[in-house]
Ligand binder design. Structure first.
Ligand code: NAD
Length: 499
């Protein structure tokens, strides 16, 4: 079986040691048209994980020994191939995921940009610091870890996988990537291009359920690190499983981001447009999106009215149609989760406004929901406490800044947050008091976190940081080489010099 990427359907085999491997095919349907098959992918099992890890381990010494600039060159080749196929990959991503074509195109373009960004960090990855003094010589360098397992969620599959894979490869590791259960096809095609730019075994691709194939990776004795992006519940399971042989871990997990609109903000079209885009881009299925809005009571009515009116202009439908601003949810389970949260809000007596309009009348043909705004909830309501990951957002009023900060911090999550104010310096001060890995001021949407900005969560939103140079640090070990150092020799503070 070989991969085909015609417009109609795409069938993806596993990729192990540079070779296609067959397996039972799982069908991928278009979430906007449930009768339409977009393609299928081969699923593996414990044996395919063993084979993939063995291939990655065998390829590791040769790959790690190559200069970092050579390794990085493979990323540039892949970025060029992605750019050349931008339209096809974006269309496929919309058809399998549901996000509108403009967002799918942005995700694929940002994937190429991310690959080039990490190409530019090759010298950082291979840096060595040498200290020489009367005690002898100390070399501090970074060493690759070995086989890294990369486990990917469905919401931004291509970009999020790349943010984990690119630093791992530039640092000298080999990878086994587990495709997400939903929306795996565009990613699989990108990975095939990446794999063809490196030696067999450097990039391997497996697929299958998390409990089966995912757990086989996270418990595998030859896997040295697990890089995971996904839900907090799965992150906990992975941390437990990876403890068996004490693997390194990077966990990018769920979020329930607060947005605080301060009394000092002006509720104008720009503020409203930014927050509407933040809350409803990709149908709200974004890890860092404003998921609960806290608005000063002085502005509450004005804000809620303007936010509702702007949201009402959103057109819902198949993301391939250029008139559509919001596609369907990606899958049945997510549709159910969000529907249940809306129902729970109604049962509590909250005011639930379903706005926007469907482009075509057959809303039952896909996992559609209209954008929904909920007021009248309490801080302990399910929609306020849980990550909805969908197109429904609660708005709550507060009276004092201390109260707003306390409400924002009243969560087990701490991924991102935003503060809205005309006084940017003051908003930064408020941001310093919020327990979140990123606090944005007057912006809170996809694109607010550049690939160069360390990204990750406080509390149960994760462990470690991705993006930026720090992702290379987390994909490598510090190694010291030292000669003749005697700890009883008097320690001075020598100057460090790069060779
Ligand atoms: P998920 O945790 O259900 O699945 C993610 C991946 O983990 C899938 O490939 C799945 O097959 C695999 N998996 C499931 N159980 C496993 C196990 N026991 N062992 C190993 N692998 C297992 O997440 P999802 O529904 O795909 O993604 C949505 C979630 O991801 C949301 O909570 C969102 O906030 C979060 N997310 C976080 C970030 C971030 O950067 N912090 C980015 C995107 C998404």
């Amino acid at each position: 079986m070989t991969a085909t990427d015609q417009a109609a359907t795409v069938t993806i085999p596993l990729l192990i040691d540079g070779r296609d491997v067959d397996g039972p095919i799982t069908e991928v349907r278009n979430p906007a048209r449930l009768t339409e098959t977009v393609g299928g992918y081969a699923t593996g099992d414990g044996a395919s994980v063993d084979a993939a890890v063995a291939a990655a381990e065998a390829a590791f010494p040769g790959w790690a020994a190559r200069p970092a600039r050579d390794r990085a060159a493979a990323l540039t080749l892949t970025a060029d191939a992605i750019d050349a196929d931008l339209a096809n990959l974006s269309t496929l991503l919309t058809r399998e995921h549901g996000k509108i074509l403009a967002d799918a195109t942005a995700e694929i373009a940002n994937t190429a940009r991310t690959l080039r960004y990490y190409t530019g960090l090759a010298d950082y990855a291979s840096r060595e610091t040498t200290t020489e003094d009367h005690r002898g010589r100390i070399v501090e360098r970074r060493a690759a870890m070995g086989v890294v397992a990369v486990i990917v969620p469905w919401n931004y599959p291509v970009l999020l996988a790349t943010l984990m894979i690119a630093p791992a490869l530039v640092a000298g590791n080999t990878v086994v990537v587990k495709l997400p259960d939903n929306s795996p096809l565009a990613l699989a095609l990108v990975l095939r291009r990446l794999a063809s730019a490196v030696e067999p075994g450097v990039v391997n691709v497996v697929a299958g359920s998390g409990q089966d194939v995912g757990a086989a990776l996270t418990t595998h004795p030859r896997v040295r690190k697990v890089s995971f992006t996904g839900s907090t519940a799965t992150g906990r399971a992975i941390m437990r499983d990876a403890s068996v042989n004490l693997k390194n871990l990077s966990l990018e997990l769920g979020g329930n981001d607060p947005a605080i609109v301060l009394d000092s903000a002006t509720v104008d079209a720009q503020l409203i447009d930014e927050l509407v885009r933040g809350a409803f881009t990709s149908t709200g299925q974004v890890c860092y999106a404003p998921k609960r809005l806290y608005v000063h009571r002085n502005l509450f009515d004005e804000f809620t009215e303007a936010f509702t009116a702007a949201t009402d202009t959103l057109v819902v439908g198949d993301g391939l149609d250029p008139a559509v601003r919001m596609g369907p949810l990606n899958n049945r389970q997510q549709h159910r989760t969000v529907t249940d949260l809306i129902q729970a809000s109604r049962s509590e007596g909250a005011s639930v406004a379903e706005v926007g309009q469907y482009l075509d009348a057959d809303a039952d043909g896909g996992y559609f929901l209209r954008p929904t705004i909920v007021t009248g909830l309490r801080q302990n309501s399910a929609l306020v406490q849980q990550e909805q990951f969908g197109p429904v957002v609660p708005i709550l009023a507060y009276d004092t800044e201390d109260e707003a900060i306390a409400l924002a911090n009243d969560s087990e999550y701490g991924l991102a947050a935003s503060v809205w104010s005309d006084d940017v310096d003051h908003a930064f001060d408020v941001g310093r008091r919020i327990q979140a890995g990123s606090v944005f001021v007057n912006i809170h949407r996809v694109g607010a976190s550049d690939p160069s900005m360390p990204f990750g969560g406080f509390k149960q939103s994760g462990i470690g940081r991705g993006h930026g140079e720090i992702a290379l640090d987390e994909a490598s070990e510090v190694q010291i080489l030292a000669d003749r150092i005697d700890m009883h020799t008097k320690l001075t503070h020598p100057k460090k010099a790069r060779p």
